[in-house]
Design a protein around this ligand. Structure first.
Ligand code: ADP
Ligand code: GN1
Ligand code: MG
Length: 354
């Protein structure tokens, strides 16, 4: 792996190259050089991102756009080009690699340790929307088609039910029933995007807390990372996916569902940060639908985990056999919990937005 790092225009000799991070999709390595500089080297999962060149064009364009408009170099990721000046290196086995400068004095949080952390997460993703508000969304490629098209995700779930790897359906009947009972309302965001009621924006689409880097000393947000899924979408996707992951009281694969619910204090604090970061740019309908964004993104992620379980775990990286089922269960539990807190969620958003 260290050998691969030398294909990029790094400063110094490679001292170490070790596996890094907790992502479900790409392979990430931390490279350390004798100059004391660190780099992030990533193998792009080309089974999932079938057009790595296009994806890298999206990343190069959006990071350069943000960097040009900001005085702080840590407010955006910086790609390290290959020694031949390219944004990625294609190895002999046909694998695509890219490199970023390691953002100095940064930390990445797996879980909000205080509501303040989550407030700052909201601020970071809200600002990200703001930073790219004038970016020409139509020039971006769509690295994964229908990524947050929930009705299409239901079709994929049905296809996985046909596959029914190792007869796994017998172990998740209740979960399937719960999810399928919500299929009918699953088009509520995509339909409104298609008919123009909701605006198309540049969105990140994978707004987990661990896709933000914070300043090590001040614990305030620096920049948003994991940019593979940047594409045109709805602000409800970015808001909703953050709530799904960060307002949950437990890990994504917690087995004890009694420990899993959507914390209303975290919901409130994220909403405050996000709306502050968006700086008045959301339309009345977007504001009204924020709770729906949270519910849809959680339901969608739940059925994606469930579909992957029924397909035999071919998409998300797993560390034990039932992990995708455990992940699906937490998401569906969160959906049920959000439904029971529906009025409260709306009141909170209304209070903050006024
Ligand atoms: P994945 O798709 O696997 O989630 P990420 O791009 O989110 O990949 O990177 C994985 C981890 O690597 C992040 O959670 C973060 O800890 C770290 N990381 C990624 N890019 C940088 C960077 N430029 N500077 C510092 N840390 C980084
Ligand atoms: C994947 O790469 P990572 O771990 O940040 C997935 C997201 C899911 C998430 C669930 C490209 O994100 O869509 O919400 O896992 N990314 C892709 O944890 O599918
Ligand atoms: Mg990530």
């Amino acid at each position: 792996m260290g050998e691969l790092a030398t294909r990029f225009a790094i400063k110094g000799k490679v001292v170490e190259c070790v596996r890094y991070g907790n992502g479900h999709i790409n392979e990430t390595y931390l490279v350390t050089c004798d100059t004391g500089l660190n780099y992030i080297l990533q193998k792009i999962n080309k089974k999932i991102f079938t057009q790595p060149e296009q994806l890298m064009e999206n990343i190069a364009a959006t990071t350069a756009y943000i960097a040009q408009r900001s005085e702080d170099s840590r407010s955006s990721l910086h790609l390290v080009l290959t020694t031949e000046g390219k944004p990625f290196f294609l190895d002999e086995e046909g694998e695509y690699w890219r490199m970023y400068e390691f953002v100095p004095s940064s930390i990445c949080l797996q879980k909000a340790e205080s509501p303040k952390d989550f407030y700052y997460a909201g601020l970071a993703f809200g600002r990200f929307q703001g930073q790219l508000a004038q970016f020409p969304a139509q020039t971006l490629h769509e690295p994964i088609r229908d990524f947050h098209n929930t009705p299409v995700r239901f079709q994929q779930l049905r296809a996985a039910m046909e596959k029914n790897y190792e007869n796994r359906m017998s172990l998740c009947k209740e979960e399937l029933e719960f999810a399928l009972a919500r299929e009918q309302e699953s088009g509520i965001i995509v339909d409104k995007l298609a008919n123009g009621q909701l605006p198309v924006r540049v969105t990140h689409n994978d707004t987990k807390l661990n896709n933000i880097l914070f300043d090590y000393d001040t614990r305030t947000p620096l920049c948003v990372i994991d940019l593979d899924t940047i594409m045109p979408g709805s602000s409800l996707y970015d808001y909703g996916d953050s709530i799904r992951f960060g307002a949950s009281t437990a890990a994504e694969d917690e087995k004890d569902l009694d420990k899993v619910w959507c914390d209303m204090e975290l919901f409130r604090t994220y909403t405050e940060g996000f709306l502050e970061g968006c700086n008045g740019s959301l339309t009345p309908l977007e504001l009204e639908m924020l709770p729906m964004g949270a519910k849809m993104m959680t339901l969608e992620c739940g059925i994606r985990f469930l579909a992957d379980y029924l397909n035999g775990d071919t998409y998300f990286r797993t560390h034990y056999p039932e992990q995708n089922l455990d992940r699906a269960r937490t998401q569906l539990k969160l959906v049920a919990d959000m439904e029971s807190k529906w009025q409260t969620m709306h009141s909170i958003v209304k209070e903050i937005a006024k």
